[in-house]
Design a protein around this ligand. Structure first.
Ligand code: DGJ
Length: 730
């Protein structure tokens, strides 16, 4: 068992290979947090730092003169009794009261980990040691049971947490906030790391020092969002990419979230993550249970690189659907930037043929193939084939594609409805809306009300028909607007605060049905690029369209932040045309290839317009990618240090068996008269010999790791270099 309960000291110790997480039941029954950090092999329980009574102005727990909860690290803190700091939860009772007092009742320790009904979560694999601790706390006055769930993945050093609240009383309780995880760390010498940006520049790494008070990121957009990722890390101020303590929290959820810290007046740092309490409320009737989504906690003493490797590994091995997690992904060609809505059957046939000659394996027809969809003003919801564009249906095109030996895929946006659509004329009441308020349009569309069972049924049956009739091998599931006027006629006035969460539960229900019913379809999730790139969606759909911005330089930063949490195999990265459609930049096609090979390589340009020289280059890229695909998608990824961090990026992919290593380097701007850079590889076998692919050059692992690779002189902006080494047999 990786969870030990010490009866004498009343401590719980979750023990991974390199991590310990310790809690204690205080004599009053309050659950306290002792420790989260490097592994403590043996522990009889240790003293919590006792509070200092000089700390005036803090309240004492009645009957316990030596106890002030404000001065103790409470594991899942309430607000308003003897602790006035930022709480992990907030409940409102029918008498208007907001005070809660949860104390230990019982606990169980079991091996394995159960799924959460209706919500995505990490699963376990055979042979893995995963144990689960459930601690039940009770508020005796209001007869509420709160269960704190902790699972430890022993070899992987992963702790998952979640919370359930059950109403055993006779009155309704309103949940205003129920964080998924909250941890108190005993100092504030940390930097807060978040992934932030916007449409077209998602998940840029931001690292800032923290100060007393609160700092947080959130989404109240109805989806996790382009603006911030549902993730937060605290790095010791001296932590680097490969050294120092880093604590991460990532939420397995796709809706409104909040993640942040609060440094209290004694310089402790509370770190927490969960559903965004802003505009959220949930009516918990007697006998009902509410489940907060799962949070995945990672501690690493090996810097941000150590933490992100653990996230990438666990999300690949224990979140992505089993059939897809280790299945190499096809090189795709997507029609969007080549044709936008201007799809012509014959031209698409030629496009597919040339793509296949260039080495591409999956043809994806993006937006524009259905209803009367000639632009973005119409037809969402009308999931039948555009007769003007495809008079004989899609079968001719898909047969042509399949005859070329390629797979066939299509784009859908099932959660949306255009006001100009047959669906809207039949069901104008199927939209998310707030009574008596104008519904704001965004990209000329409204959002379907997924809280309504009839809407969910419609989406499932419409998609079932499309998937079956088109015989598609791949689906790009898009979602192109945030949710405004969040409200629904499906629930009462006092339940309007539930709508955003109910929307996500409705979405998960649809995805559960469709992805299980069509196990052979490769699903890619998308929300205007990476507006819903989160662990919740990744549970259902094993890859994600990272960003609508395909510029190779912008992608360096977007993909860097994405890879802090998500595995390379989940990250769609395409080579597109230049000047780039989003930023107007022209970069060499070689660099576009190098950057796109950081994840799942694809192309999103009109191959019919490539020059012969470009076609040759693309052919070489796809041939190379096929040689290194296993290493990129199934191997270990590391951001490498370059001593030019504002102007260059380097990284490596190492196959799990360490037989192949691919190193890549991109320099942003050319500079006059600077020395070449050294790129030091990592994790190779020191005395093994590695041959540079396509040459006679052989290097020892130690040489590559300590002396490093030397970059060539770069004379133009946006140039890159890539090296592939194969290990020689002894
Ligand atoms: C937004 C996506 O991110 C794009 O790749 C493309 O699929 C468009 N939607 C189509 O409308």
């Amino acid at each position: 068992m990786a969870i030990i309960f010490n009866e004498k000291n009343k401590t719980f110790h979750l023990q991974g290979q390199n991590v310990s997480y310790i809690m204690e039941i205080y004599p009053t029954g309050h659950l306290l947090h002792n420790f989260w950090g490097g592994k403590i092999e043996k522990s009889d329980g240790f003293e919590l730092s006792t509070f200092n009574l000089d700390a005036a102005y803090t309240a004492m727990q009645v009957g316990e003169e030596e106890l002030s909860l404000e001065l103790l690290p409470v594991e899942y803190p309430a607000h308003g009794n003897a602790d006035l700091r930022t709480p992990a939860f907030d409940l409102e009772y029918s008498d208007g009261g907001r005070i809660s007092d949860f104390r230990y009742v019982r606990h169980t320790i079991t091996s394995g980990k159960a799924a959460i009904k209706g919500l995505p979560s990490l699963y376990t694999n055979e042979g893995q040691t995963v144990d689960t601790l459930e601690i039940v706390l009770k508020d005796e006055v209001k007869k509420l049971e709160m269960t704190l769930f902790y699972s430890i993945f022993e070899a992987e050093d992963i702790v998952t947490r979640r919370v359930e609240l059950k109403n055993l009383g006779t009155e309704k309780v309103i949940i205003k906030e129920l964080s998924s995880a909250c941890v108190e760390l005993p100092h504030h010498e940390f930097d807060m790391i978040q992934m932030s940006g916007s449409w077209g520049r998602e998940r840029h790494v931001q690292r800032n020092s923290i100060v007393p008070g609160g700092q947080y990121i959130d989404s109240s957009r109805g989806h996790s969002g382009h603006e911030h990722s549902p993730f937060l890390a605290l790095a010791a101020t001296d932590a680097t990419d490969s050294y120092g303590e880093v604590y991460g929290m990532s939420l397995v959820y796709s809706g409104n979230f909040k993640a942040g810290i609060n440094v209290d007046m004694r310089y402790n740092t509370r770190m927490q993550i969960g559903i965004n309490p802003f505009r959220f409320s949930w009516n918990l009737e007697p006998n009902e249970t509410f489940s907060a989504p799962e949070a995945v906690l990672v501690y690493s003493a090996e810097g941000t690189g150590g933490m992100s490797k653990k996230y990438r590994d666990i999300y690949q091995s224990n979140l992505i659907k089993p059939d897809y997690k280790y299945q190499e992904r096809p090189i795709l060609i997507n029609s969007w930037e080549a044709f936008y809505f201007d799809l012509k059957e014959e031209e698409l046939g030629e496009f597919a043929k040339t793509s296949s000659e260039l080495g591409m394996e999956l043809f994806v027809m993006d937006d524009g193939w259905f209803g009367k969809r000639d632009n973005d003003q119409t037809s969402l919801g009308d999931w039948f084939i555009h007769e003007g564009k495809f008079p004989n249906g899609l079968k001719d095109l898909s047969n042509k594609v399949k005859d070329l030996g390629m797979k066939f895929g299509i784009w859908v946006e099932p959660e949306m409805i255009s006001p100009k659509s047959e669906l809207f004329s039949k069901h104008p009441d199927w939209c998310i809306e707030t009574k008596d308020r104008v519904k704001s349009l965004s990209r000329n569309q409204y959002v379907l009300d997924l809280t309504k069972p009839e809407v969910r049924e419609y989406i499932i049956s419409a998609m079932r028909k499309v998937f079956t009739e088109t015989g598609t091998d791949y689906i790009k599931w898009d979602m192109n607007r945030s949710i405004t006027e969040a409200g629904s006629s499906s629930v009462d006035a006092n339940q309007q605060g539930e709508v955003s969460h109910r929307y996500i539960l409705g979405l998960y229900e649809i995805l559960e049905v469709l992805t299980n019913e069509f196990p052979n379809i490769l699903f890619e999730s998308c929300a205007g690029g990476g507006g819903r790139y989160d662990a919740g969606m990744l549970y259902y759909m094993p890859q994600t369209w990272t960003s609508d911005d395909t510029d190779a330089i912008e992608r360096l930063f977007i993909q860097e932040g994405t890879l802090y949490q998500f595995p390379n195999i989940s990250m769609g990265s395409h080579v597109s045309a230049c000047p780039n459609h989003q930023v107007g930049r022209t970069t060499p096609i070689s660099t576009r290839g190098v950057v796109a090979m950081q994840g799942n390589l694809g192309y999103e340009l009109n191959v019919l317009e490539l020059t012969d020289a470009e076609k040759e280059e693309v052919k070489e890229q796809t041939a190379l990618y096929k040689k290194i695909r296993g290493t990129v998608q199934l191997g270990d990824f590391t951001h490498l240090k370059v001593n030019d961090s504002t102007n260059a990026r380097a990284w490596q992919h190492l196959s799990k068996d360490k037989n192949q290593v691919v190193a890549s380097y991109v320099q942003i701007l050319a500079r006059a008269n600077v020395a070449p850079k050294k790129i030091k590889l990592v994790d190779l076998e020191g005395t093994a010999r590695y041959q540079l692919d396509g040459t006679d050059s052989i290097y020892y692992g130690d040489e590559l790791m300590n002396f490093g690779l030397t970059t060539v002189r770069i004379e133009k902006d946006f140039e890159s270099q890539q090296w592939v080494f194969n290990k020689l047999a002894d």
